[in-house]
Write a protein that binds this ligand. Sequence first.
Ligand SMILES: [Ca+2]
Ligand SMILES: [Ca+2]
Ligand SMILES: [Ca+2]
Length: 315
Amino acid sequence: MNKFYIPLFAVLFLAQTLAAQTDTEPPHLQCTDMVNVNLTLPCVTVVWANDLVDSLHDNAPGSIELGIRKRCTGTGFPEGRTHIQYNVNEMGLNHVEVWAKDAAGNTALCTVRLLVGNLAQNCDPSVSVSVNHPTGAGISGVGFALSGYNCVGDTIPFPNLASTITTGGTGYWGTFGQLLEPGYTSLLTPSKTTNPLNGVTTADLAAIQRHILGLEPFDAPWKIIAADANLDGKVTLQDVVLLQKLLLGHILKMPHGKSWRFFPKNYVFPNPNNPLQPPLPGAIATPNTADPAPNWFDFTGVKIGDVNASADPGL
Ligand SMILES: [Ca+2]
Ligand SMILES: [Ca+2]
Ligand SMILES: [Ca+2]
């Protein structure tokens, strides 16, 4: 059987090589400058590459292939992608790359401004965050910072979430409006710095000491995380000394300023016996290639110094 295929591949390869030698000119591609699209239930819309093209021709005969992607979500010709989808969290101005590739493999690219709207006004954008203690309790008063950038040098336009948005009593924060859009490399970082004494008592100090001495090692990763009071990645007597200073009122807050520590809920500890190594990720990272961008973020929070979960997560 193989004997029939080998000459066929050879012929195709030769034809491609010849075409590449004779045609080095990219296709002439012109896009529509700006296009409006409309979300319809279930609040999505599909955009096809050929609907954004004003004119397209090539100097050589042969078929021209079209491709499409959201700006900054990849590089080179978007192989096999002839359409993209927008969801409710992408309402507003977006940028789209339309690509054309001639038979010799020469490519051209143009950018379209795409305004995603919802004429029926029946779609509500939403982004949500949950922050819970490992025991399940929702943590309130958590603030967020969002940082990020895309491939054309734009930064995320609303980095100061921490000053405006915090979790409520259930530990859930919900908001209307776009948070992330595809094409941005970003970090969402929670923080809580209030009430460092919350839940810290002599019982915690005694338990940390028993862990250090090997008399009663902690039976859950989060307890080890809580015991690392100075955030140096290990549980030692220095942590006990620091917590003692706090308890005695010699210091009013931790040198690092934090009272809670956070990590992505789906983080898998490479070594549950030492959850602090490698260092705990304190943020959720989203790559520029994520399309759609995530609209739900889950974090776990641990009160620093509280190894028996006596802290009030509402404080
Ligand atoms: Ca050409
Ligand atoms: Ca430590
Ligand atoms: Ca405690």
